[in-house]
Design a binder for this molecule. Structure first.
Ligand code: BMA
Length: 363
């Protein structure tokens, strides 16, 4: 009798999951569902993302429902980027209150979007910002170091924030967490001038192991996100912390566009995609853009060319452009901007998915 009940429940469960169709946020473990979704869409669509999209834009700040991507195209982006820099304060490093970020993440998730979080971390000992290289001592903050407890304190704040991200029914919201990014450049304290390759791997591994094993977080896909400072698979992997602590292989590349070397971006994306395929990971163009859009029709003449350069580049799962702070620092055109029409042409491409396009997958 018990066994019959068990089989009947199984049939009922599979019926329920089939009838719901494919969904970005289905399945048991939130992170696994997201990983499966991103794997499935590879080659069919490239999701478009924007940093701080719901928080502010050109000429507006904290107006519920607003978004520069939506103002210009009619749809929200498919991917929403956020940052935990200055965690512990009321507002993040770009002036967005952490409570608001939480609400935006919840809203984006509710709408069917994907959230990714970067962390422009302060150095835990001095609390200087990510770009300040004064008195950096990585061994001091690693396990066994005299200031390790200060690093753990920061991670506790990060874990507190990430674990508080829940939907209305109390289920954890899946997040692509992207710590210690652009590690081959020399501008961050975890970059090439103040942190060795070995120290970097330890820093990364400790972060992920602490969040997953000590704090028990199950809603994270972890992204490893180098800047353009590599020319081969070997270079890309120099600081790779290991397959067990990474889910998404990324690329942050602005310089290739600035230097008009689209060919090099295609090569770098190719390296990321090849490695991701070999290792069963997701590949993503985790950060890019053309600040102030000073390259003519950048979205179709540059970004789309790179994304659609080959069968291979088309298999990237998403691309995220940086924030719209004001008219002196922005990446997405607003409705009256001279490249607004070009941006609409870009998002109307069959491969490029905004939030409304994701919704059509489930119909
Ligand atoms: C940079 C700029 C800065 C910002 C930082 C973190 O690219 O946008 O103004 O503080 O990212 O978001």
């Amino acid at each position: 009798m018990r066994r019959l009940f068990f089989y009947l429940s199984l049939i009922l469960l599979s019926f329920i999951s089939c009838s719901q169709g494919k969904n970005v946020h289905d399945s048991v473990l939130p992170a696994t569902a997201l990983k499966n979704f991103l794997t499935d869409i590879s080659g069919k669509a490239i999701l478009f993302g924007h940093q701080d999209d719901l928080a502010y834009g050109i000429g507006w700040n904290s107006i519920p429902g607003e978004s520069d991507v939506k103002r210009t195209t009619g749809s929200y982006p498919a991917v929403f980027g956020w940052d935990l820099g200055n965690i512990g304060d009321v507002k993040n490093l770009d002036g967005v209150p952490f409570d608001s970020i939480k609400a935006y993440i919840k809203r984006a998730h509710q709408l069917g979007g994907i959230n990714t979080i970067s962390w422009h971390a302060r150095y835990p000992v001095t609390k200087y910002d990510s770009w300040n290289l004064t008195s950096i001592d990585i061994p001091a903050i690693l396990p066994g170091g005299q200031s390790h407890y200060l690093f753990v304190k920061e991670l506790d704040l990060v874990a507190g924030f990430l674990s508080s991200l829940k939907d209305d029914s109390g289920k954890s919201i899946p997040i692509i967490f992207r710590p210690w990014h652009e590690m081959y450049g020399n501008w961050f304290w975890w970059g090439s001038s103040a942190c060795s390759d070995k120290e970097y791997r330890q820093l990364f591994r400790f972060t992920v192991e602490y969040l997953r094993n000590v704090k028990g977080l199950r809603n994270l896909l972890i992204a490893f996100s180098p800047d353009k400072g590599f020319n081969s698979k070997e270079d890309y992997l120099k600081r790779y912390p290991g397959d067990d602590v990474v889910d998404v292989l990324g690329l942050d590349d602005y310089g290739g566009f600035k230097q008009n070397r689209l060919d090099l971006i295609v090569i770098r994306l190719g390296i990321v995609i090849d490695l991701a395929k070999e290792r069963g990971k997701i590949s993503a163009f985790t950060e890019t853009g053309n600040d102030k859009l000073n390259i003519n029709n950048w979205y179709t003449s540059n970004l789309l060319q790179v994304l659609k350069a080959s069968e291979k580049t088309r298999s990237i799962s998403y691309v995220l452009v940086w924030r719209n702070r004001d008219e002196k620092h922005f990446y997405v055109p607003w409705p009256g901007h001279e490249q607004a029409e070009d941006f609409r042409t870009f998002v109307n491409d069959k491969m490029i998915f905004l939030l409304d396009d994701i919704k059509t997958l489930n119909q």
